[in-house]
Ligand binder design. Structure first.
Ligand SMILES: [Zn+2]
Length: 221
C-alpha cells in the first residue's frame, strides 16, 4: 500500500502483518513493539498489551493528530503513543513510525552508544550516524521531545536504555529500516568484539546518501 493512507481494513491488516513480520524477523520482544501510520489528520496505532498473533483489525486505535482525546469505544493505544504522535506532528513527510526493543539496538542503547559510520548502510538513516535519544520515562513528554530532537535529519534513532525507532515515508520503508537497523547494530557490536571498526569519512557517507537519494531512499525528514 502507498501513502497517503486512509483508515480501512486493508491498512489495518497491513499494520498487523508488519507486526507479525517483526516477530518473524526476531525484531520484536513480547508486546514491546508498536507501530503507527498517518491517516489524514489521525494516526492509526497498535493497542496496548495485545500480542501480535491475537491482534485483529478492529483492535487498532485511531488517535487525532491534534492531540485531542481518541474517540471512545476503542482499545487503549500503546502506552508509547505520545512519541508516535510527536513525530507525526513534527515531520509531515513521515507516514509510519516503528518502535521496538531489538536486542542489538537495545544493547547499544544501554551503553548510550550511537552507531558511527562503521558501514555504508548507516547512510540509509539520513547521515553519518544513528544517534541516541536521551533517556526519559516511557510515555513521557520529555521522551517525545528527546526523540524528535534526535531525529533531526535522521530517519532512525536509538533510545537510551530503551530500544530503537525508525520512520518512513511508507509503512514498508519504516519496517525495512528497522530490520536494517538491527542488522547494522549486530554488525557493529560484533565488530567491536573482534577489533576496532574503521569509520568511513564524512565525504564517503555523503556520497552514499547522494547515491541512495537517486534510488528514492531520501525521505522522512
Ligand atoms: Zn519501548
Amino acid at each position: 500500500m502507498k501513502p497517503p493512507y486512509r483508515d480501512c481494513i486493508e491498512l489495518r491488516q497491513a499494520i498487523i502483518d508488519a507486526c507479525l513480520e517483526m516477530n518473524a524477523a526476531g525484531i520484536n520482544q513480547g508486546t514491546s513493539g508498536n507501530i503507527s501510520v498517518r491517516t489524514g489528520d489521525h494516526m492509526l496505532i497498535t493497542p496496548s498489551g495485545v500480542p501480535y498473533g491475537k491482534m485483529a483489525p478492529e483492535d487498532l486505535v485511531l488517535v487525532p493528530l491534534d492531540g485531542s482525546p481518541a474517540p471512545e469505544g476503542q482499545l487503549k493505544p500503546s502506552t508509547e503513543w505520545p512519541f508516535h504522535l510527536a513525530i507525526l506532528q513534527a515531520k509531515p513527510g513521515v507516514h509510519a513510525v516503528i518502535h521496538a526493543h531489538p536486542v542489538y539496538c537495545s544493547a547499544l542503547a544501554m551503553n548510550r552508544q550511537a552507531i558511527p559510520a562503521c558501514h555504508y548502510m548507516v547512510a540509509a538513516f539520513g547521515g553519518n550516524d544513528v544517534p541516541v535519544a536521551d533517556y526519559a520515562l516511557f510515555g513521557s513528554l520529555d521522551l517525545s521531545n528527546n526523540i524528535v530532537h534526535a531525529l533531526h535529519n535522521r530517519s532512525a534513532c536509538l533510545m537510551a536504555n530503551h530500544g530503537a525507532l525508525t520512520t518512513g515515508d511508507s509503512l514498508s520503508r519504516a519496517l525495512w529500516r528497522m530490520v536494517e537497523l538491527e542488522t547494522l547494530s549486530k554488525g557493529y557490536v560484533t565488530s567491536l568484539t573482534v577489533g576496532k571498526p574503521h569509520i568511513l569519512s564524512e565525504d564517503e557517507i555523503t556520497e552514499v546518501v547522494t547515491a541512495f537519494s537517486e534510488y528514492g531512499l531520501k525521505d522522512s525528514r
